[in-house]
Design a binder for this molecule. Structure first.
Ligand code: FES
Length: 136
């Protein structure tokens, strides 16, 4: 990737949405209890979003075998990222850290060393922004 596509923006291009799957399950979770996805969403809501990040819940991100799953979406100019295998009891601080770093970028690409460990190792997919043009 070209260096000019990576980095922080002086004026980030609009708000970021952290979307959490409310219906995700996790191996070992009580099948009669609250869904781990809903627990993760509630924990994030209670913690509060970083500046420029809003939270929403949806039913299924098509990453069911990697639950809990979240997506970071940042408008037409940022890449979208989906992360999985998230644990509501362990990963809330790293999700918030990663969302804040993402919101500070122009293109959604946080330099590798600045990503929380969870985001380095548990990425499910990344999707190019609407304004992305391939050179091929
Ligand atoms: S149920 Fe969570 S991604 Fe499908």
């Amino acid at each position: 990737m070209a260096d000019d596509l990576v980095g922080k923006a002086a004026n980030p291009p609009g708000p970021v949405t952290l979307t959490v799957c409310l219906t995700c399950r996790r191996e070992g979770a009580d099948p009669e209890g609250a869904r781990p996805g809903a627990i993760l969403h509630a924990a994030l809501a209670e913690a509060g979003m970083p500046e420029g990040v809003r939270l929403r819940g949806v039913e299924c991100l098509s990453s069911c075998k990697r639950g809990c799953a979240v997506a970071l979406v940042g408008g037409e100019e940022r890449w979208t990222y989906v992360y999985g295998d998230l644990d509501p009891d362990q990963h809330v601080p790293e999700i918030l850290e990663g969302a804040a770093a993402y919101a500070a970028t122009a293109d959604g690409v946080v330099p590798w060393r600045e990503r929380p460990q969870t985001f380095r190792k548990q990425s499910v997919a990344r999707i190019p922004p609407a304004k992305f043009f391939s050179e091929e």
